[in-house]
Design a binder for this molecule. Structure first.
Ligand SMILES: [Zn+2]
Length: 321
């Protein structure tokens, strides 16, 4: 017995450190963020000519969706709805007889305490093609936000947050925020659980090395979470563009608007309009990787700061306009 015990003890002495160090090494590998190669690969793939501008209800949109779904499955992030997809139909004003089909993609990381939910969103659609020859690649608008959302899904699947994170890849933003509007009306959006929306739309163009954080006018208690995340970064985060009667005003400009209307606090991250905005020249080579990767890191830190302090965020609903 004694010798078996000694053998076992020897075995443990030699084997345990191996397991300990190997698991540590694995953890260190997991927290490299963002994975620059992966992020840029996603950005280039989503804004490639083959995606034909990702207009809602087209072949290009379907290809973009398949790319995102493949990535989510590879990441292993749970689906929020069966097969991650939430289908919807809508029509455009003046063309009511024509029904257009859209598909939102919803992934979900359950939080440790699972008390509240933060919806982190980015639209994956863009404006398609003109005369079936000119492709609007939409690299900044909004392959940049979509690839960021994939990077965040990767990170938080491995690093469980305290509150739950719902990653919403919205469709049909370019047709009037249709995907986000549908999501907010749908039964899967439990607005009593959704405490915050962090929306990403055009986060890759560092022409001025600055990005706006919009929405803290309505909830100033969110501002320190952004400032804290920005202070050790090489990019500049500006506030504003959210004050009533002051122009430009971006409160209604993207998918955060339906959340705001429902009284849910939001932070919208986006760069200023640039010369290639909604032009065929919004291509991946114009993205500045240094700016883009630093922005993704800043946004991840904001998500973590908000997650850690969600209880302190004034739950009294803001007045949507
Ligand atoms: Zn956009």
């Amino acid at each position: 017995m004694a010798s078996t015990f000694n053998q076992l003890r020897l075995l443990l002495i030699f084997i345990l450190p191996f397991f300990y160090f190997s698991s540590n090494a694995q953890e260190e590998q997991e927290i490299i963020f963002p994975d620059s190669l992966k992020v840029m690969t996603d950005l280039y793939a989503l804004s490639a000519d083959s995606m034909q501008g990702r207009q809602t209800n087209t072949k290009g949109s379907e290809m973009a969706r398949q790319y995102i779904l493949n990535e989510l499955q590879a990441i292993g992030v749970p689906a929020y709805v069966p097969n991650y997809t939430q289908e919807f139909e809508f029509s455009i004003k003046g063309k009511e007889e024509e029904l257009i089909k859209g598909v939102n993609i919803l992934a979900y990381v359950e939080g440790f305490s699972n008390e509240e939910t933060i919806v982190v969103s980015a639209h994956y659609d863009h404006v398609g093609m003109k005369d079936s020859t000119e492709i609007f690649n939409g690299a900044d608008d909004n392959a940049s936000g979509t690839a960021t959302l994939l990077a965040l899904s990767r990170y938080f699947t491995l690093n469980q947050p305290d509150n739950s994170l719902l990653f919403a890849f919205f469709d049909a933003e370019e047709m009037g925020l249709q995907g986000a509007k549908y999501f907010m009306q749908s039964v899967v959006a439990d607005s009593s659980m959704i405490k915050l929306n962090i929306n990403l739309d055009m986060v890759g163009r560092g022409d001025k090395n600055e990005i706006y954080a919009v929405g803290t006018y309505f909830h100033p208690e969110l501002k320190p979470f952004v400032e804290e995340a920005a202070k050790d970064k090489s990019i500049k985060v500006l506030f504003g563009r959210d004050q009533p009667k002051k122009k430009p005003n971006w409160v209604e400009s993207s998918d955060h608007a339906p959340f705001h209307k429902a009284g849910i606090p939001f932070i919208y991250f986006g760069v200023d309009d640039h010369a290639d905005y909604h032009k065929p020249t919004d291509t991946a080579d114009k993205i500045n990787p240094d700016f883009y990767l630093e922005t993704i890191l800043m946004i991840k830190d904001v998500v973590q700061n908000c997650d850690a302090n969600l209880r302190d965020i004034n739950v009294a609903k803001s007045v949507g306009k």
